[in-house]
Design a protein around this ligand. Structure first.
Ligand code: ADP
Ligand code: MG
Length: 343
């Protein structure tokens, strides 16, 4: 999977990235992007394009079809390479390391980030590559039914939307809620700080009462900011000597969600069940919920929630534009080099 990307990443040059961006952009309009489009987009002559596309197909960043006409699609791995390239260009990361985790819907890599203003030492961060739309056939089928014609674009769309959602909400919650500091986002990927300690599920706590209180406190603060995690469990909480951190936010909901109460109850119940089974700590669910809700501003009238969906629509469009702009800039930056290395 992404190990392959790392192997080939260093071999890719600006023209390869331009071809990948061309396929990505073309996929908004074509199920299979014809080579003529790529020729227009990249301004590379056909023979050079053919040669490079062959390599990209061989390296499994891109897939080719010949039916009903010759065309290309990007793979997740090609999309990973584009996001990585953007992070490197923006200096969000300077190097990428090993895979450190695979989740239900993501692949997690360690990376190195240079300190701001070059003060201090480089430090490790993680990159979360979203993988929504690829994990379950049922899910893919459902998305396909929804998107019909746009099915070819559905996984890119689903993974990118999840990353945007997660990054936006982490940015909103940090630092009031204890989450890893979000640092950057592009396409389906997020750069964030490494969570401290280890997963709650894998840890034997010496003072579990303190950690349970601390987690409930975080849930309360989250709720007071108009957010419910919606996938809270011992698998999405890190614990260290003196802290807890909540991770994995793309599925969050707001208190005006029609099932908000049930979802909050399930989150809290997961936590109480974990502490009961593993540490024999008994807490009443109702009491815990009342306490969490007591911190909320009255009802759902803080005004922010109503516009939430619209904001998402906007940022989606905005992002497409931004990316096209980015691609154009990229083109300008590389066109000089291109004329000089025509063989
Ligand atoms: N900020 C982080 N620091 C360290 N490890 C992380 C971080 N974020 C995720 N991980 C690791 O990657 C796994 C999957 O990430 P998660 O955000 O839970 O995605 P998924 O939706 O795939 O479960 C986590 O269980 C954890 O082991
Ligand atoms: Mg998770």
């Amino acid at each position: 999977m992404i190990d392959e990307v790392l192997k080939v990443f260093n071999k890719l040059d600006a023209k390869d990235f331009r071809i990948l961006t061309g396929i990505e952009t073309g996929m908004k309009h074509f199920e299979w992007v014809p080579i003529e489009e790529l020729n227009k987009y990249t301004k590379l002559p056909f023979d050079k394009l053919e040669y490079r596309l062959k390599k990209l197909v061989r390296d499994k960043l891109v897939v080719r079809t010949t039916q009903p006409y010759e065309g290309f699609q990007i793979y997740f791995e090609g999309y990973d390479a584009l996001a990585l390239n953007t992070f490197v260009k923006r200096k969000s990361i300077s190097a990428i390391g090993d895979e450190i985790g695979v989740g239900k819907e993501s692949v997690i890599f360690e990376a190195i980030r240079q300190p701001e203003l070059a003060i201090g030492k480089p430090f490790p961060v993680i990159i979360k590559f979203h993988r929504e739309g690829r994990t379950s056939f049922k899910q893919i089928k459902r998305v396909r039914e929804h998107l019909g014609d746009r099915e070819h674009f559905s996984w890119i769309y689903a993974a990118r939307l999840a990353a945007q959602r997660e990054y936006e909400i982490m940015t909103k919650l940090y630092p009031q809620v204890s989450v890893p500091k979000p640092l950057d986002q592009n396409r389906h990927a997020i750069v964030m700080e490494i969570a401290k300690g280890s997963l709650l599920s894998k840890t034997k706590l010496v003072d579990p009462e303190w950690y349970l209180d601390e987690i409930l406190k975080q849930v309360k603060t989250t709720y007071s900011l108009g957010v419910i995690h919606a996938d809270l469990s011992e698998y999405n909480i890190f614990v260290s000597e003196d802290s807890v951190q909540l991770i994995d936010w793309p599925q969050y909901v707001t208190p005006d969600h029609p099932h908000a109460d049930e979802i909050l109850e399930r989150d809290v119940s997961n936590i109480l069940t974990h502490f009961f089974r593993k540490y024999d700590i008994k807490r009443e669910l109702e009491k815990a919920l009342t306490e969490i809700k007591s911190g909320a501003k009255s009802g759902s009238d803080n005004g922010e929630n109503d516009s939430e969906e619209f904001e998402e629509e906007d940022s989606k469009e905005g992002d497409f534009e931004a990316e096209e702009f980015e691609a154009e800039e990229f083109e300008k930056a590389t066109s000089k080099k291109e004329t000089s290395d025509k063989k």
